[in-house]
Design a protein around this ligand. Structure first.
Ligand SMILES: N[C@@H](CCC(=O)N[C@@H](CS)C(=O)NCC(=O)O)C(=O)O
Length: 267
């Protein structure tokens, strides 16, 4: 029995839903309301001490960290395989997974900064009466790791230095993808793999923010993302779960942020 603790809009949780779909596995879901603080409930912290989603429970075993979970799924259920066969391609896949998770240098961090700086910060600001109450609200509603990354961005939005450096890192990632996809069909060699799965939801987040112009002049990235969207796992792992209210927050916020963002990127 596979159980997934997840959230509609979480990029890390979407990654696991796509992997489960590609592996054709049955699973039972438990949706957490992250704004409502479900991740801080004592029973959940017992499963995931960092109070983040996703968490996978396989029979009596608990697995955390989305990159670890997707590799676990491929180890526990080898057929069909979703890791490259060659040692070098597998190393490329691992490097790309690591690039998501490199702490404050990681793409996951950058995408959180960009999402909050462009859009999600508005929701926190709306909840307080005065700007001075914002730190208390951040303190109450976010876990320690997210808070340390996001405080400056929540205060300053697209003007924050943290925002500028995050969007530049993401732009550099897209450059690297364009070069990789010039050499191979998928991100880690000739076959679709965990590397492609891991980045699908991050591309989708950029698209929901209306930032498609970041890759409109990168034809290989454009083609790769279109191929990802044609897979049934895109519908089942991502689209089916989209919360329209959140999609609107991202879409509206991204459109407002674009003029400043395009100045930073000079596009
Ligand atoms: N490295 C972790 C990151 C997990 C993470 O940051 N999850 C976010 C959603 S994508 C979360 O649960 N945030 C809730 C919070 O920060 O309170 C993973 O890959 O599983």
């Amino acid at each position: 029995m596979l159980e997934l603790y997840h959230n509609h809009m979480s990029v890390c949780a979407a990654k696991v839903r796509i992997a489960l779909t590609e592996k054709r596995l049955e699973w039972k879901g438990h949706l957490l309301n992250l704004i409502g603080g479900d991740q801080f409930k004592p029973d959940y912290i017992k499963l995931n001490p960092k109070s983040v989603v996703p968490t996978l429970v396989h029979d009596d075993k608990v697995i955390v960290e989305s990159n670890v979970i997707i590799e676990y799924l491929d180890d526990a259920f080898p057929d069909p395989p979703i890791r490259p066969f060659g040692a070098y391609d597998r190393a490329c896949m691992r490097l790309l997974l690591k690039r998501l998770d490199d702490g404050s240098d990681g793409i996951h961090h950058d995408m959180s900064v960009v999402s909050f700086g462009s859009a999600y910060r508005e929701q926190l600001i709306k909840r307080v009466k005065k700007k001075q109450e914002l730190d208390a609200e951040i303190d109450k509603s976010m876990n320690a790791t997210s808070k340390s990354w996001l405080q400056q961005t929540i205060h300053e939005g697209v003007e924050a230095e943290s925002f500028k450096s995050a969007i530049k890192n993401i732009d550099k990632l897209l450059d690297d993808f364009e070069a990789i996809l010039n050499q191979s069909t998928w991100l880690a060699g000739p076959d679709y793999s965990l590397a492609d799965i891991a980045y699908t939801s991050y591309m989708t987040r950029l698209e929901m923010l209306s930032y498609q112009r970041m890759w409109s002049e990168r034809p290989r990235v454009t083609d790769w993302f279109n191929r990802l969207k044609q897979r049934p796992s895109y519908e089942l792992g991502i689209l089916r779960w989209v919360d329209p209210a959140y999609q609107k927050v991202l879409n509206d916020g991204g459109k407002r942020a674009w003029p400043q963002l395009s100045k930073i990127l000079r596009v």
